[in-house]
Design a protein around this ligand. Sequence first.
Ligand code: MG
Length: 262
Amino acid sequence: MKKYLVSVALVAVALLSAMCTKPVGPQVVAHRGYWDIEGSAQNSLEALRQAGEHNFYGSEFDVNLTADDVLVVNHDFTFHGIMIDENPYSAIKDSTLANGEVIPTLDQYLDLFLQYPQLQLVFELKSKGDADYEARAIPMLLEKLEERGLTSRTDFISFSLTACQEVAKRVPEMMVEYLGGEIAPAELKAMGINGIDYHYSALEKHPEWVEEAHSLGMVCNAWTVNTEEKINEMLELGADFITTNAPELAEQLIAARAEESK
Ligand code: MG
């Protein structure tokens, strides 16, 4: 009985520590899902499915809000020439992506994430910095994450500093990473933001920001790193996450480095 209780305690400790810590070592985030393969397309449900099936650490996706408050997954502010934030969902809902799927809603996307419990959501809110837009979008998206139990699996990212600050204020425990590339980690930390997600050229310009971020307990994500040379460069700098259109290549390079360091 005692042995059984000890085993149960050990399993509980292992589970708790797995829940509370970020994974060790650099991790791969599929940029807009895994789309560079047959039958997939950027920000499609299939791209998310492929990221999940390939067991990548995370899948990045972009979210826009329609004029009638429907959150949709799409990179650009426009879809088939229609400005998303100025039009109702009905104006875009039947238009298709490159793989024939219709534009996914955030609800559909999050429901699919539930089928891949190991997969981290790297959630980018697209915003022009409009206060009304962000005031409508942010509470809605946070509620959708919360009601599905996805908050702790989400890294929120945005080029909008005000959106990052608002999410960090509302959900201090959420990983929030600013995308802009021009602000030092210490300055972001003072705003309550706990990560940088910068284009690799920003990190080339300020390589010291990786260590600065780490010393402040912040994470460092690098985008969009697609070549062997640049992926290795970002790994060498110590980036925690590699956001890439070539996730299989990034995994191979990370594995090769781990093998070399044995
Ligand atoms: Mg994005």
